[in-house]
Design a protein around this ligand. Sequence first.
Ligand SMILES: O=C(CO)[C@@H](O)[C@H](O)COP(=O)(O)O
Length: 230
Amino acid sequence: MVKAHIAPSILACDFTQLGSQCQHAHSSGADWLHLDVMDGHFVPNISLGFPVIQSLRNLIPKGSGVFFDCHMMVSNPEQWVEDLGKIKVDQFTFHYESTKDPLALIELIKKNGMKVGVALKPKTSAEVVDALGDLVDMVLVMTVEPGFGGQSFMPEMMPKVEYIRNKFNHLNLQVDGGVGLGTIDAAADAGANVIVAGTAIFNAEDQEKVINVLKQKVNDNLKKRGLLTE
Ligand SMILES: O=C(CO)[C@@H](O)[C@H](O)COP(=O)(O)O
């Protein structure tokens, strides 16, 4: 069953307060944490890597109800699968554009005990998912060019979300970039159920309220589609 998951992007945290800000997001209702790994090569920015993710996983262990959703904006993602599996992240999302052999990479990620996500940059067409949708746990449709937080949402990505939702009804479908109270309607209506939000959550005065609104809008749309029955 697909349902709403809210995934605060830690890129918008104050990194001196990373642990407590993640714990606060969780206690405010977020059940996922979106961990943006950037290598300065696949995208023109460097963010964080294993020591930071490992520390966070120690603080918020597997089994605590927080799903570690690693978004790998890196060239050669194959290189990092084993290490991320060892530190027990829940999901490894690679960029379709970053690998020559998505099928082998999907197998490798599964073999290392993680769920698999595949991410599409804005210029990558939704049709690439036709051959992969039954093999992965999640598709991420980028709603900004990857690399930086705080950019504007691209509504022109919504037909892509709709196309994937209509083909793969029960897949987790994530949107990432510029999603917040002003843009959630478009994303939810198109069929997204996993909402990444950095600025909109970490800059909010009342995080719980923002998370509840995002979740509610997604669940309302899933009910309309007959995908959420509870
Ligand atoms: O992956 C990325 C950017 O590359 C995103 O996760 C952003 O970091 C989301 O930030 P906001 O647009 O929500 O502030």
